[in-house]
Design a protein around this ligand. Structure first.
Ligand SMILES: [Zn+2]
Length: 183
């Protein structure tokens, strides 16, 4: 009688043991899968970074050599300058606004207007290919980001509330992303 109970207990223990091993294996397999997924995501990211999306591509270190900390934060890390702080917000000279990152011409002073929003505002780009528009769903909003088509530098956003303007658009641009060439 005792032997039978003992055998039954042994069998139960063996089952239990097998179940633990099974679980362990499943967990282990899960970890391997996760690690593999992580690796493939990483190599995907690296591919994206090296994909030559823009004619001018530089590494972070190279950009840091030519940009100030604030310019780097806005242009390369899609930051936003504090409103009403840009020298260009209340600047009305005639000329061309260029990308602070690469010098590409972006806006004409003729299209600049006083939107009162705290950032330099324009109703259109200097030409159709100078600025690239990208859907931006960050910060719980759906917006259209505008970047320099040459270097991908973040400029700001475009909104369709330029009501009294010829295009009805307001390109709301960080002044720190811009340089200015007098006419
Ligand atoms: Zn640029």
């Amino acid at each position: 009688m005792c032997k039978v109970v003992h055998a039954a207990k042994l069998a139960e223990n063996a089952k239990h043991f097998a179940r633990i091993i099974g679980l362990f294996n499943m967990k282990y397999l899960g970890l391997i899968l996760l690690f593999g997924l992580f690796q493939s995501c990483q190599s995907q990211n690296q591919k994206t970074m090296k994909s030559n999306q823009y004619p001018i591509e530089k590494t972070e270190e190279e950009w840091k050599k030519t940009l100030s900390d604030e310019e780097f934060r806005v242009l390369r890390n899609k930051g936003t300058e504090r409103p009403f702080t840009s020298e260009f917000e209340t600047f009305w000279d005639s000329g061309t606004y260029v990308c602070k990152g690469c010098g590409a011409e972006l806006f004409h002073s003729d299209t600049k207007f006083d939107a009162g929003c705290g950032w330099p505002s324009f109703y259109q780009g200097i030409n159709k290919s100078a600025i690239k528009e990208i859907l931006d769903t960050t910060h719980g909003m759906i917006r259209t980001e505008v970047v320099c088509a040459q270097c991908g530098g973040h400029l700001g956003h475009v909104f369709n509330d330029g009501y009294d303007q010829p295009t009805g658009l307001r390109y709301c641009i960080n002044g720190v992303s811009l340089g200015f060439k007098k006419k």
